[in-house]
Design a protein around this ligand. Structure first.
Ligand code: UTP
Length: 476
């Protein structure tokens, strides 16, 4: 490791000498930890970032004219032409069976809105069983093992905030029945939090720089630097099924989506996405658009009001393709994003409250107002770097039940209601008598494990009750 003199000189050269302000108060272990942390930061890159994102307040630039994104619709058409769902499913299933697909969850976020102690993936999410999110995803992979006869490898991106706790959780639960060798954890990087006016690095403690995980887009670099991409190639994996840790309804391996991604004439097989029809002009999801002729996601906060609420003649939203953060990305494309500077993802800035140690007084401060700029990369920015990228529609209830907040919209409560609604739908389709309230919702609490079924069709052969009672709690 570099000496403190070298580090002091490097910090001084970029106007960040205050980081060692409390050096004399630190014991040997704390000094070592601080030097190691600093050695992992790109100090020489800081002045450029500060000039751009703190002083310049730059957001990723305007990229040209915005138009609605075309998509493969649930109605079986795309741009007015029919597409073949069955052919896509056959192709996707063959990819899974041949071991060409890996599952990949990004689980390195801070989960601050949910306010749960511990990694978000450990959150008890199952409507009946209270199963943790990680187990719900593991059930998908166990189901794939049963259905397709393959151990699909699962890559889990953590961050320094939750890496140890995540690994420990899997060990404590015997990997939920998965082969430990098929589960690989790796950590994403961090970015220093920058003081909002000066761009100075904030200190989280006297011997620690305040940092935040570098966004889900940080997965590109982390997949590369951890060796995960190399390992995937060695295993023969060609495509990565990407999802977020907070959606228990995700279909971790969807043959139709995989098949379209790899086989559709207008897909370059680099990166594809799923969408649901936006619930309304104010729904807080990113919107798939064509921007300057390229597919991209416009964040809800950046969507001009006139476009967000624009309607077509049939009354539906003109910009109706809401992103649910489910993608397939090729290993080859991820490698290019990670290693070719022309393909690197931009940063986005967000203003946040970050607690810090005051360098003058040495006191810990909990700011009441935003005091810091946090820099993150977003994975969907990679869409603009594809040759051709497609969007595939899915049904909201079938595949989107996010747990973002402790209460209200996108909370555990709304997610559990959706789990029941989806299960009721599948059970009714299989001929089960499900009790119904006057408003049409199921009058019971239901949960179907992805090991049992990941769609209504897969439930048909299962042994099912003929009738459910009012108020019953049933996990299948
Ligand atoms: P969110 O944008 O919902 O952020 O992440 P979050 O950190 O989980 O929650 P809040 O905003 O603090 O409440 C969407 C997905 O991206 C992952 C999250 O773990 C989640 O699966 N993510 C986000 C990362 O893996 N790394 C990050 O740096 C940020």
């Amino acid at each position: 490791m570099a000496s403190v003199e070298t580090v002091r000189a490097r910090l001084g050269a970029v106007g960040q000498g205050h980081v060692l302000r409390f050096w004399d108060e630190l014991d040997a272990a704390a000094r070592g930890t601080l030097l190691e942390q600093i050695s992992r930061l790109d100090l020489e890159g800081l002045p450029g970032l500060i000039g751009h994102y703190v002083q310049g307040k730059a957001e990723p630039g305007e990229r040209g004219e915005v138009a609605p994104a075309p998509y493969y619709g649930l109605d079986g058409t795309c741009c007015g032409r029919a597409w073949d769902r069955r052919a896509a499913a056959t192709r996707g299933e063959a990819m899974i069976r041949a071991g060409k697909v890996a599952a990949f969850v990004v689980a390195g976020g801070q989960g601050s809105r949910l306010g749960f102690e511990g990694p978000k993936g450990c959150f008890p999410a199952g409507a009946v069983t209270g199963k943790p999110l990680f187990q719900i995803f593991a059930d998908n992979l166990l189901g794939a093992r049963d259905r397709y006869g393959v151990h699909v490898p699962w890559y889990i991106m953590t961050s320094p905030l939750n890496h140890g706790a995540t690994e420990e959780f899997f060990r404590a639960h015997a990997f939920f029945g998965l082969e430990p060798g098929s589960v690989r954890f790796f950590m994403q990087g961090v970015m220093p939090s920058l003081e909002m006016r000066s761009g100075r690095l904030l200190l989280a403690g006297k011997g620690e720089v305040a940092t935040n995980p570098d966004g889900h887009g940080g997965c590109v670099r982390a997949l590369h630097e951890s060796g995960a991409l190399t390992e995937m190639k060695r295993r023969g994996v060609e495509q990565v099924s990407y999802f977020q840790v907070d959606n228990p309804h995700v279909r971790v391996l969807d043959p139709v989506f995989l098949g379209l991604h790899a086989g559709a004439a207008d897909s370059s097989g680099e990166m594809s996405s799923k969408m649901v029809e936006r619930a309304g002009p104010d729904e807080k999801v990113g919107v798939f658009c064509r921007v300057g002729g390229k597919l991209g996601v416009v964040e809800y906060s950046d969507m001009p009001v006139s476009l967000a609420g624009a309607r077509r003649e049939d009354g539906r939203l003109a910009y109706n393709a809401g992103s649910i953060a489910i993608h397939v990305m090729s290993v080859e494309f991820l490698g290019r994003l990670a290693t070719d500077p022309a393909f690197s993802l931009e940063f986005h800035r967000a203003e946040k409250k970050v607690p810090f140690v005051d360098v003058e007084s040495g006191r810990q401060v909990a700011p009441e107002k935003n005091n810091a700029v946090k820099l993150e990369r977003f994975v969907f920015d990679a869409l603009g770097l594809c040759r051709e990228s497609i969007v595939v529609e899915t049904d909201r209830v079938e595949e989107f039940a996010p747990i973002k907040n402790a209460t209200g919209v996108d909370s555990v409560e709304s997610s559990k209601a959706l789990q029941t609604e989806r299960a009721a739908r599948w059970l009714r389709a299989a001929g089960v008598d499900v009790p119904t309230r006057p408003d049409g919702t199921a009058d019971c609490v239901l949960e179907i494990s992805a090991r049992t079924a990941t769609c209504a069709d897969e439930l048909r052969g299962a042994s099912l009750p003929r009738k459910l009672e009012r108020g019953e709690r049933v996990a299948l």
